[in-house]
Design a protein around this ligand. Structure first.
Ligand SMILES: NC(=O)c1ccc[n+]([C@@H]2O[C@H](COP(=O)([O-])OP(=O)(O)OC[C@H]3O[C@@H](n4cnc5c(N)ncnc54)[C@H](O)[C@@H]3O)[C@@H](O)[C@H]2O)c1
Ligand SMILES: C[C@@H](O)[C@H](N)C(=O)O
Length: 377
């Protein structure tokens, strides 16, 4: 681990060269050969040297063209101004996204390019969304390891060096078959069996370590499966809960790749994005932890189908189980205990299952649904 080796060497040098014995916490420019120790307060509420609470943050979102990034950029731009939120990815943005605000190419595996973006744009908040999700990760472990672990190291170093407030999402996938599953608390055994889960536990622990060791303002939420209407999921185990809406509306049929009684925690995207903004804005002294579970609802494919069938009585759902996804789902939490988030920074979800289904159907347009049902009849 060259990064860790460099860190410990630089930290040792810094401790030795600090007058008065190293009783003050230090932050160091972790990648630089020359280093610049900074004094930070011992409550670890450290954030950017260039960001004052009265300014708007200057935000960079990595992996921003996935299911969540575009929606988050929209929310943050509403709050902080269009030009204060830069979306980035390695893919070409669709023209509506390209014209909706700043977009930049950024491969998180390219450390120098990342640093250049942060410096040139005076970034103060970094939202790190790039990742390979659970099912895609199992299909390409080497790439998942590289993006989810090596990429994270770049992000952590850049954030520590430039005093950024850093958000990294974790997931229900950070738990495994030996974790308590119903409900799963914040602190318990975490032995996931996917490269995705392993990389997310690694991210949680590294972020918390950098927070305690270097004062990095690291914030992390474990998201449940996220359901959205205007963006498609990127290859996860919970994707069925989005796909069912598209297939129901287009064809009136849905083939589910999980068993009917597979219970997983889920959340509507608006709740997820709002939680992200809320935890990023929470005063540091309200955060008793740096990694929180958040939750909204928990349901099975059968329960979701029944809720949809209340409005689309002709919807036919069949089951063709994908064994890789089923094994993953069977090792994940069934219910998520998010009481610490509710207590510490006032987390509260708005959408339960009925509101979720109604909102998704409204998005696709009640007219289309009725027309499709009639034309199939
Ligand atoms: N969507 C969910 O249900 C969910 C649930 C829990 C946690 N999360 C987490 O939230 C984050 C965002 O999730 P999402 O659903 O939008 O993911 P997604 O798979 O839809 O998007 C990920 C994005 O990362 C980009 N990417 C891949 N390699 C990259 C690289 N080398 N450099 C830069 N970008 C790269 C991809 O192009 C893609 O646009 C992820 O970290 C994910 O683990 C998502
Ligand atoms: C749960 C989450 O991390 C993602 N939707 C996945 O299924 O992989």
């Amino acid at each position: 681990m060259p990064v860790i080796r460099t860190l410990s060497k630089v930290a040792k040098q810094a401790l030795l060269s600090t007058p008065g014995c190293g009783c003050q916490p230090l932050t160091v420019a972790v990648r630089n050969i020359s280093f610049s120790p900074r004094q930070v307060t011992s409550d670890a509420s450290f954030h950017s040297v260039s960001f004052s609470e009265t300014d708007h943050p200057k935000v960079l979102i990595t992996g921003g063209l996935g299911q969540l990034g575009v929606g988050l950029a929209k929310l943050l731009r509403k709050r902080f101004g269009k030009n204060n939120v830069i979306l980035s990815d390695i893919r070409k943005p669709p023209s509506n996204v390209f014209h909706s605000g700043p977009f930049i190419y950024s491969d998180i595996l390219d450390y120098k390019n990342l640093r250049e973006i942060v410096v040139n744009n005076r970034i103060t908040w970094l939202v790190h969304y790039s990742a390979l999700l659970s099912a895609v990760g199992e299909a390409n472990v080497a790439l998942a390891r590289s993006v989810n672990i090596t990429g994270l190291h770049n992000i952590l170093d850049i954030a520590a060096e430039h005093g950024l407030r850093l958000f990294v999402p974790s997931t229900i996938g950070a738990f495994g078959p030996t974790s308590p599953r119903n409900p799963t608390p914040d602190l318990c055994v975490q032995r996931p069996r996917t490269i995705y889960g392993v990389s997310k536990v690694h991210a949680e622990l590294m972020g918390e370590y950098y927070h305690h060791r270097y004062g990095l303002d690291f914030r992390c939420l474990r998201y449940p499966g996220i359901i959205s209407a205007d963006s498609m999921p990127g290859g996860g185990t919970t994707d069925y809960a989005v796909q069912i809406f598209h297939d129901a509306i287009k064809t009136g049929k849905f083939e589910c790749n999980l068993k009917p009684d597979t219970r997983l925690p889920m959340m509507y995207i608006d709740d997820c994005l709002r939680a992200t903004l809320e935890v990023m804005e929470a005063p540091a002294d309200t955060l008793s932890m740096r990694t929180y579970n958040i939750n909204a609802m928990s349901f099975t494919p059968e329960e979701l189908a029944q809720e949809l069938q209340k409005q689309m009585s002709e919807l036919e759902v069949t089951y063709e189980v994908d064994h890789v996804r089923q094994a993953i789902a069977d090792s994940w939490p069934m219910n998520f205990d998010d009481s610490n988030a509710r207590k510490d920074w006032g987390w509260k979800h708005d959408y339960d299952l009925p509101e979720l289904v109604q909102t998704m159907l409204n998005y696709f347009g009640a007219d289309t649904i009725v027309k499709n049902q009639v034309s199939r009849a």
